[in-house]
Design a protein around this ligand. Structure first.
Ligand SMILES: Cc1ncc(C[n+]2csc(CCOP(=O)(O)OP(=O)(O)O)c2C)c(N)n1
Ligand SMILES: [Mg+2]
Length: 336
């Protein structure tokens, strides 16, 4: 892989780098395994993999504090793992089993964890954006200093409800970081075919929302951008837009004919810009770990993912009477 410069390289500690490596590798291996289970017919319905985009969520989670919230689209497994959700519960939800986060009734796009402040998992393009502002509104109301990361794609950035949300979030100065994961495609449509102004971080200008763009294949750049965005929101200055330039290696979902881009384009990104290889290089260059140490981490991650896959096969299917549960809220949650 070609050597890359990284802005924050010099002052990143060994622990931090190894942590990024571990977290991104967990997402990558988990997603590869999910792809395999899908191929074996163990996962039904939709399944959108996050492979290639790992540095986005790992960098931003490093900028988050305990109690901060996150909400995203259907491309959500990486966000759950980075938020600290249990890989077993996530994988078992993918296979539709009782041990899954939604007891096997939600699937890939519909998982939540109040404990980890992860609010889904949303299949309707852009729908999570106003919900994210709502979460931030609750925090502002409670004056608890929390920030909400509201993730959406470049395609979703052209949705009407995003701009209604920008207006209200700016009007009410809500502590929300709008993270636009610009992977350059919305299903099979390249950004240049759909988008009149491709600089998505400037989309808040009309509402007075500042924004910037960062390299989403470089976890250190994402972390630095995240720190700035979070500081802005936490200090009471209102929303911030962070456009993160990234790339997905796999198809839009598991059923993608992949005719809208060349193999060479994908190959080039994998070879020259891979976010995990990048951190691996920094670790090796800085002599923070030997090849054997890195191999041990790879093994450890593989074991976690294999265990999750086993659990997702062994956990039973939900009982039929589960059809009648979790339909209406039994209590209105009153969180502090
Ligand atoms: C309102 C709505 N319109 C269309 C779809 C079908 N659809 C699902 S994903 C998608 C593309 C979204 O692309 P982007 O926001 O860039 O996210 P990415 O998949 O690249 O992560 C579309 C059009 C949908 N789910 N909801
Ligand atoms: Mg996209």
């Amino acid at each position: 892989m070609a050597a890359r410069k990284s802005a924050a390289k010099s002052n990143t500690s060994k622990e931090e780098l190894l942590n990024y490596y571990r977290e991104m590798l967990l997402i990558r291996r988990f997603e590869e395994k999910a792809g395999q289970l899908y191929g074996m017919g163990l996962i039904g319905g939709f399944c959108h993999l996050y492979i290639g985009q790992e540095a986005v969520v790992v960098g931003l989670e490093a900028a988050a504090e305990e109690g901060d919230k996150r909400i995203t689209s259907y491309r959500d497994h990486g966000h759950m793992l980075a938020a600290g959700m249990d890989p077993k519960g996530v994988m078992a939800e993918l296979t539709g089993r009782e041990g899954g986060y939604s007891k096997g009734k939600g699937g890939s796009m519909h998982m939540f964890s109040r404990e980890k402040h992860f609010y889904g998992g949303h299949g309707i393009v852009g729908a999570q954006v106003p919900l994210g502002a709502g979460l931030a509104f609750a925090d502002k109301y409670k004056e608890n200093g929390r920030v909400t990361f509201t993730y959406f794609g470049d395609g979703a950035a052209n949705q009407g409800q995003v701009y209604e949300t920008f207006n209200m979030a700016a009007l009410w100065q809500l502590p929300v970081v709008f993270v636009i994961e610009n992977n350059q495609y919305a299903m099979g449509t390249a950004q240049k075919r759909s988008t009149s102004t491709p600089q998505l971080h400037t989309r808040g200008k009309a509402f007075g929302i500042p924004g910037e763009t960062v390299d989403g294949m470089d976890v250190l750049a994402v972390k630095a951008g995240g720190d700035k965005a979070v500081a802005h929101c936490r200090s009471g200055k209102g929303p911030y837009i962070l456009e993160v330039m990234t790339y997905r290696y796999r198809g839009h979902s598991m059923s993608d004919p992949a005719k809208y881009r060349t193999r060479e384009e994908v190959q080039k990104m994998r070879e020259e810009r891979d976010p995990i290889e990048h951190v691996r290089e920094l670790i090796v260059q800085g002599k923070h770990a030997s090849d054997d140490d890195l191999k041990a981490i790879d093994k450890e991650i593989k074991a976690i993912v294999n265990e999750a896959a086993e659990f997702s096969k062994e956990s039973p299917e939900p009982a039929l009477d589960e059809l009648w549960t979790d339909i209406y809220a039994e209590e209105v949650p009153q969180t502090a």
